[in-house]
Design a protein around this ligand. Structure first.
Ligand SMILES: *Cc1c(COP(=O)(O)O)cnc(C)c1O
Length: 401
């Protein structure tokens, strides 16, 4: 059965709808989760510890703290960075809202720096232009999986004494100058939501090389409570049951059930990365030949495991709106998505006083971007269908020179 109206007429390129992203769960994953479910620990057990070790091994970071989701990871990072009322945190508007909300959780003010029009990542020059005496940290997002310009950002952080938080929700398995994401920022956060590269259903983690930040992260994600005598303030050692709450923390723990799923997913990560790279290479080849489509540019320093594939409509070559393009793709049974609406356009941010026009490059890029399907389970035929659908829509709306 054909599911949708065909906007452009004729039969749709695909018979069944393809979505923009989808998890890969197999029997190995199911087995790993079942074993944990029937074991001794559902939370606070050995699987969480094992996951943290594997994340350190993968990234080269000294410490990892597994948490309940990527948003909790960002919140913990801001707490560990000591961000509080009166502070400013610079981030990008082209991201999921959590990258900015984490500053608000701590009573600080998110400040939006503009993006580069070619890479869609935060522009280090714009970061510089937004620094004030109140700036405390930078939350730089590896948008679509491409690493940010980390050396430039590190330089700025050193000059002004800022903390470099890398939101790596999109970029697990990406390397920058040969170093894995997770190993070079002061703190790097991951998300394991099902649309991300590996999933625990929900889940997240923070990576750091700094012992002091690590101690603060551990406290922040579990009530500010410790049983470690070195972290205790009074520690009279009444008995083996003794513990202390030494700061205000949250319950942001990951379960062992999720950790066992993630450990199983991590075994497939090299395969996921290779498959994502192969699909991206095929898309790049197909769309580079089409002047109606602008392909995301990559900096040579980033060896990218792409989470999202975004095409940008060239307004000089297409007579359709982005909405018309999106609807036409949908009618071809290719479900697209838009990543992201500039964060400060949301009503909540407007009420806080942010106004449209803050980041002109971000707003211009936003108007033309469309996310097309990318996930490792896509077959070669799926990939060709998506390319075919883009071609069909582009040919229909093309402006002849
Ligand atoms: C998904 C995402 C988050 C939040 O992660 P959750 O696990 O959904 O809480 C943060 N930042 C970016 C860039 C994301 O894409």
């Amino acid at each position: 059965m054909r599911e949708t109206l065909a906007v452009l007429g004729g039969s749709p390129v695909r018979e069944h709808k393809i979505s923009y992203g989808r998890q890969w769960i197999d029997e190995e994953d199911v087995k790993a989760v079942s074993e944990t479910l029937l074991g001794d620990y559902l939370t606070c057990g050995p699987k969480v510890e094992e996951l943290e070790k594997e994340l350190c091994k993968l990234t080269g970071a000294k410490h990892a703290v597994a948490v309940s989701n990527g948003t909790a990871a960002l919140h913990c990072a801001c707490i560990a960075a000591g961000i509080g009322p009166g502070d400013e945190v610079i981030t990008t508007p082209i991201t999921f809202a959590a990258s900015a909300n984490c500053a608000l959780y701590c009573g600080a003010v998110p400040v939006f720096a503009d993006i580069r029009k070619e890479t869609y990542n935060i522009d280090p020059d714009s970061i510089r232009a937004h620094i004030t005496p109140r700036t405390k940290a930078i939350v730089a997002v590896d948008f679509t999986g491409q690493a940010v310009e980390a050396d430039e950002i590190r330089q700025i952080c050193e000059e002004y004494g800022l903390i470099f938080i890398e939101d790596g929700a999109h970029s697990i398995a990406t390397a920058y100058k040969g170093r894995q994401v997770g190993s070079f920022a002061d703190m790097t956060t991951f998300s394991f939501h099902p649309v991300k590269t590996i999933t625990g259903g929900e889940g997240g983690a923070i990576l750091t090389n700094d012992d002091d930040l690590y101690r603060k992260l551990v406290l922040a994600h579990s009530h500010g409570i410790t049983k470690d005598p070195e972290l205790m303030e009074e520690a009279p050692h009444e008995g083996p049951w003794y513990y202390e709450q030494v700061s205000l923390g949250y319950n942001y723990r990951l379960t062992d059930i999720q950790a066992s799923l993630l450990l199983s997913q991590m075994k497939k990560l090299p395969m996921f990365r290779d498959r994502r790279k192969a699909i991206v290479a095929r898309y790049d080849e197909a769309f580079s030949e089409m002047p109606e489509i602008i392909v995301q540019k990559e900096i040579p320093e980033s060896d990218t495991c792409r989470h999202l594939y975004i095409i940008r409509l060239n307004p000089d070559r297409l007579r359709c709106t982005r909405r018309e393009f999106f609807d036409a793709m949908s009618a071809e049974n290719v479900q697209c998505q838009i990543h992201y609406i500039p964060v400060y356009w949301f009503p909540y941010y407007k009420r806080l006083g942010y106004e449209p026009g803050l980041c002109p490059a971000a707003e211009e890029v936003y108007k033309g971007i469309v996310t097309i399907p990318l996930y490792p389970k896509m077959t070669d035929e799926d990939v060709e269908d998506v390319i075919h659908a883009v071609k069909k829509v582009v040919e229909y709306y093309r402006i002849e020179e």
